[in-house]
Design a protein around this ligand. Sequence first.
Ligand SMILES: Nc1ncnc2c1ncn2[C@@H]1O[C@H](COP(=O)(O)OP(=O)(O)OP(=O)(O)O)[C@@H](O)[C@H]1O
Length: 437
Amino acid sequence: MSWKKSEKLMDTIRHYASFPATGVSLRQMVQFGERPSTGTLFRASQFLAEELPIRLAHRVQELETLPDGLNDMPSVKKVADWYAQSFEEITTLPRPVLDKDVRERLLRPAKIPGKGTSWLSEATPNPSIEEGQYNSMNGTNNGWTKGRFPAARRYFAMVDDTGDWPPELQLYNQKFAKTLNRIKRRHDGVVTTMAQGILEYKRRRQRMQIDNNIQSFLDRFYMSRIGIRMLIGQHIALTDQSHYRDQSYVGIICTKTFVKDLAQEAIENARFVCEDHYGLFEAPKIQLVCDPGINFMYVPGHLSHMLFETLKNSLRAVVETHGQDKQDFPVTKVIVAEGKEDITIKISDEGGGIPRSAIPLVWTYMYTTVERTPNLDPDFDKSDFKAPMAGFGYGLPLSRLYARYFGGDLKLISMEGYGTDVYLHLNRLSSSAEPLQ
Ligand SMILES: Nc1ncnc2c1ncn2[C@@H]1O[C@H](COP(=O)(O)OP(=O)(O)OP(=O)(O)O)[C@@H](O)[C@H]1O
């Protein structure tokens, strides 16, 4: 069944796109509660029922006005339609009619014994982001943007939960989570489909590389996607509390993410993919130096992704520099350091490094030294972006966005002729705001 957007829907999208997004920090998401009650979840649903359409609307508008005909590429149109359809589904979901008492109670913050009223802590500016770096609004909405942190505190808050809530609230929460689930699945293939759109554009225009405009659009677009999926994933997990019996989880956030365990797993996965890809009996070795006690609050899925992508790059460089038939490869070292502000992971390989002139290129989407970009099968849409050994040129730029999303960063220093050091900084204060879209 094909879906078409109406003019009326586009008007509503334009209206929502005139409001700025409200950033939420990792700490705020966790303070919001391990097992939120029906009333608290309802408040969060209400917040998201406004916040997600605002974020989706910005993306639809931007996708539709991309320069140089990029907006006309079939895959780009497909992605824009997914965003518009999801916008429609959230904004048309009927909300329960509540009587005055319930409405007032929903606005009363919970009192936590010994702690007073449970307003969330303020988000602090994200240290890795210059103001407006990932913002598509070009500072036209300053009046609104200034108020963004108090807004997050107002909406994303625990409510007074003494006594029962009317059944409509619970019903709405369930319906809302179901809608979010459907949306999340619809958007699974966004990264691959957008990559396909860029390929279509590069072929049509006979371009080798994308220009700065498109590069910064993609940065904004994928950063926004990380944020949207984080909010959606967190809300679904909090509504369906059966998944996370583990005490250290709040939704998809793990308050005790043990770096050594995750790094070990990423090393095994990257070596496995490397052995498989090059037909090696044994992939180059990776040495891990990490105090087993190091842990912090993070989203384990994000950390695994970044480690896996950077380790794969190192293994590929080592194998290709020293030759596949070599018996003994130089060992890649992964060193984890714990500071007050950051946990830093350094990945040092002896894979020959990268020429200085190519360093800016490694951060651009679709830059890869793989000769033939693997064909993007349209059926691939269904799954999330799972890269093979290499080939799309998305590994580094996307990993850097994941790092920056929670106030960290990813840096790369190379010694051409010897090897590369990648520094993955992870901000452990967890109070920094999302880069706003
Ligand atoms: N550790 C490294 N040593 C040498 N070259 C590297 C290293 N890491 C990255 N590169 C270079 O940077 C390019 C881009 O890396 P990136 O991870 O973004 O994409 P990719 O590995 O080619 O593809 P994929 O999207 O599948 O990860 C690589 O093709 C490679 O040439």
